[in-house]
Design a protein around this ligand. Sequence first.
Ligand SMILES: CC(C)(COP(=O)(O)OP(=O)(O)OC[C@H]1O[C@@H](n2cnc3c(N)ncnc32)[C@H](O)[C@@H]1OP(=O)(O)O)[C@@H](O)C(=O)NCCC(=O)NCCS
Length: 117
Amino acid sequence: MKIGIDLVRISRIVKIAGAPFSGRTQVQEQKMSDMFTADEMIHCQGKYVSLAGVWAAKEAVSKACSGVPIIYIEIHWDTNGKPFATLDTPEDGHVPYIPVSISHDGKYAVAVALVED
Ligand SMILES: CC(C)(COP(=O)(O)OP(=O)(O)OC[C@H]1O[C@@H](n2cnc3c(N)ncnc32)[C@H](O)[C@@H]1OP(=O)(O)O)[C@@H](O)C(=O)NCCC(=O)NCCS
């Protein structure tokens, strides 16, 4: 079993995406869609704290998987709202369920991921 953890300062998302409700430039929109899937953005409903948690979860999975590119990782939620990740890489194919846990408080969001060997 491999473990990954990541801590994200919420202001980092604000820096990338622009202040909430201020409207995004095309560059900011592009950066956001490079970082988050449409479903992730819909789930987070524009809440930067939640997006920071999703980003932390992706980084945690990447860390647990020896630096796999974030582009291959997606975060989903079960019917109880519990998050999990999927991984799709050209080398290893589809990994359908990677448990992740997300928390946030104040300026930071944190996430851990567990990946089977
Ligand atoms: C969900 C819960 C863990 C949130 O705890 P909290 O201390 O208020 O908040 P945290 O910052 O630590 O965690 C929030 C994150 O937990 C995650 N989360 C949400 N629901 C979850 C669940 N059921 N299980 C695990 N994680 C959950 C989300 O990623 C959430 O982030 P988001 O709100 O930005 O999407 C807490 O309210 C709880 O234990 N609820 C029980 C809900 C449950 O399991 N219901 C199912 C029926 S039994």
